[in-house]
Design a protein around this ligand. Structure first.
Ligand SMILES: *[C@@H]1O[C@H](CO)[C@@H](O)[C@H](O)[C@H]1NC(C)=O
Ligand SMILES: *[C@@H]1O[C@H](CO)[C@@H](O)[C@H](O)[C@H]1NC(C)=O
Ligand SMILES: *[C@@H]1O[C@H](CO)[C@@H](O)[C@H](O)[C@H]1NC(C)=O
Length: 356
């Protein structure tokens, strides 16, 4: 099926896209005027990394695999089985693929170590996660040990940050979401995010020594609002009150990969309503995720933008998997869909026609 990897469009559409693109480029430098080139680039990387059949058959023979480290997709292959991952953490900044591939996060910044799981949302202290994410300089944020951070309110992240949970079991739980608003270049990697609740709002730290009143938040796991260049990788997420990952308000250049999602209703919302044509710039790659037990709908639910949903494993859904309205372009490739044993929910894809 080599040929199906290449996508092309009639020239008139390309011209239209180019004109639209020129206008949009001003608004957000992360927007890619040629999204099909990103799709093809991604697919070539997958092809290159899936050649050694030998490892796959070895894996099958042994039942539950207990051999040497395996990385089976091009993102993980970039860092995962390297002995020096803990001393060369910033290598991860070169590993993103898809629309978020230019995301470098805290590359070049200092390593900041979270040692304190407490969370004072108004006046965070050094050593806490919240203190690190509000700094203006690039930071590569890691964790000294396993911890549970009860997020008292939304954690508002400044540009040029990596939150790198590798080497520790870090849970963000029982409180506010991770929020990226009007910021760019952020990697969020290897965290458990669950039991996120609506928050009442209040004075929340947004930059060093500065807090601002924030209104109540819906209780998303990760909330992207006018965010550019964000890579979300290896998150384990469950039970958030609103969306798990919401990408709204003309956010673009996003990759969501290698996540394991369970027990949730509205999983991923890309574009929040049908009256925001500015969301045409939204471009998201959703790849190598496992949509698991107890998920209901929106994996993802798309509006306006361009979405590459590729090589995900859907083992459960209660209503539908992928949905769209307002002329989104959704390229769904190489996904595995196992429909639920409910005749009313056998459709993996749902086209939502919204009457005006
Ligand atoms: C977080 O909250 C839970 C339940 O509210 C509590 O059991 C736990 O001790 C809290 N953890 C921290 C680090 O404060
Ligand atoms: C992020 O880093 C880039 C590259 O170093 C820099 O140009 C930019 O100003 C930084 N952004 C912010 C908001 O600090
Ligand atoms: C979006 O965020 C950028 C900074 O990344 C800012 O310059 C711009 O004004 C924001 N756009 C809106 C509509 O708030």
């Amino acid at each position: 099926m080599e040929r199906s990897l290449q996508w092309s469009r009639p020239a008139s559409l390309l011209l239209f896209a180019a004109a639209f693109l020129a206008a949009a480029a001003v608004a957000s430098a992360g927007y890619n005027p040629d999204p099909l080139s990103v799709v093809n680039h991604f697919n070539r990387a997958v092809q290159r990394s899936t050649s050694p059949r030998r490892t796959l058959s070895e894996k099958k023979k042994k039942g539950k695999y207990s051999g040497p480290c395996l990385a089976t997709n091009p993102i993980d292959r970039c860092w995962r089985c390297r002995k020096d991952w803990a001393t060369d953490r910033q290598r991860l900044a070169r590993c993103a693929k898809g629309f978020g591939r230019e995301t470098t996060g805290g590359l070049g910044g200092k390593i900041y170590i979270v040692t304190d799981p407490s969370d004072d949302y108004k006046n965070p202290v050094p050593g806490t996660l919240r203190w690190g994410v509000v700094q203006l300089e690039p930071l590569w944020i890691i964790f000294a040990r396993d911890m549970i951070i009860n997020t008292t309110q939304e954690i508002v992240i400044q540009s040029n940050k990596t939150i790198d949970g590798r080497g520790a079991q870090v849970h963000l739980a029982d409180g506010g979401s991770l929020t990226i608003q009007n910021q760019r270049n952020i990697i969020i990697h290897n965290l458990h995010i669950h039991d996120i609740k609506k928050t009442t709002g209040g004075d929340v730290a947004v930059s060093p020594n500065h807090f601002t009143p924030r209104t109540k938040a819906d209780g998303d796991g990760v909330s992207l609002f006018n965010a550019t260049n964000v890579w979300i990788d290896h998150l384990s997420m469950a039970l958030c009150e609103d969306g798990m990952v919401d990408v709204v308000a003309a956010s673009t250049a996003i990759t969501i990969s290698n996540c394991h999602l369970t027990n949730h209703n509205d999983v991923m919302l890309f574009g929040a309503n049908d009256n925001t044509p500015e969301d045409k710039v939204i471009q998201v790659t959703v790849a190598f995720n496992h949509f698991g037990r107890g998920l209901v709908q929106r994996m993802p639910r798309c509006r306006y933008g361009f979405f590459h949903v590729v090589n995900n494993d859907y083992t459960h859904w209660l209503m539908y998997a992928i949905g769209g309205s307002s002329n989104p372009t959704i390229i769904s490739q190489g996904n595995r869909y196992i429909a639920p044993p409910n005749m009313a929910a056998k459709q993996a894809r749902l086209l939502l026609v919204i009457p005006h």
